[in-house]
Design a protein around this ligand. Sequence first.
Ligand SMILES: C[S@@+](CC[C@H](N)C(=O)[O-])C[C@H]1O[C@@H](n2cnc3c(N)ncnc32)[C@H](O)[C@@H]1O
Length: 256
Amino acid sequence: MSDVQYDQFLSDIYDDAPYFGQARAREPELFNQFYFEHLGDKTRRVLEFGSGTGMLTVPLARAGFLVDSVDISPSMQKVLAGKLRAEDASVAKRVRQITADALTYVGEEPYDSILMPEGLVIALPDRTLQLALFESCHRNLRKGGRIYADFVQPRYKVVYEQTLQEHTRFRTRDGDNYLLSVTFRNDRHSQVEEWDAVFAKQGTAGVAERIAVTVSFRFLFHSEIQFMLERCGFKVVDIDVNHARGLGFAVIAEKV
Ligand SMILES: C[S@@+](CC[C@H](N)C(=O)[O-])C[C@H]1O[C@@H](n2cnc3c(N)ncnc32)[C@H](O)[C@@H]1O
């Protein structure tokens, strides 16, 4: 069982916050194009692991795909439920929201396709958990079924410097202004990177509220993902190292 790192505050602010969902929310097509290029059959339900706020889920449903969206965080699921309520009923009904741990999830029947948009694999900050996720994918796919996943590139500066602090400002769609300070700490041996993020909400007379959040990631280079997938019974079909203008890489792997 892995931890729920995305609480209500982080889920509500996710799409607006730099370092979190902001880049993807601003240019969803840039990140989602990969999935639309490779997914074909709309009649067979796809499984999405780590659906988060639904930045891929909602476009998939709009395009006619039937999606089982699994996320461990009830508050992320709440944000997605709100987005689905704003959609036409015919779109919303294509999505089945499932609040569950992707590591232990077992679908009613094997899927043809499992999608893992940016974040889920690296949000499991331990190599054993990452392998357990690929094993769960293997369990949930039929033979010949495929994983489609995209990953953000590790930030080489953090890997090199080991610790780094950055500050940035942003405004939410509700009009709140935040100063966000993030301290990144990287452990060279485990490859686990911790982010201490402090969100200082600006009021008329200075800081109105300060919210501190710590999240951990285990960033991966694509060579390690290839080893992990092969160890878990997959053949890597394609790796695009220029995914989203080189911001990330995308992988397709088939269950052998
Ligand atoms: C970095 S966010 C990425 C969200 C989304 N895929 C996106 O593109 O923005 C990682 C997501 O994975 C979810 N998650 C983390 N561990 C999980 C687990 N064991 N099972 C299912 N979901 C998990 C988190 O709750 C969060 O929504």
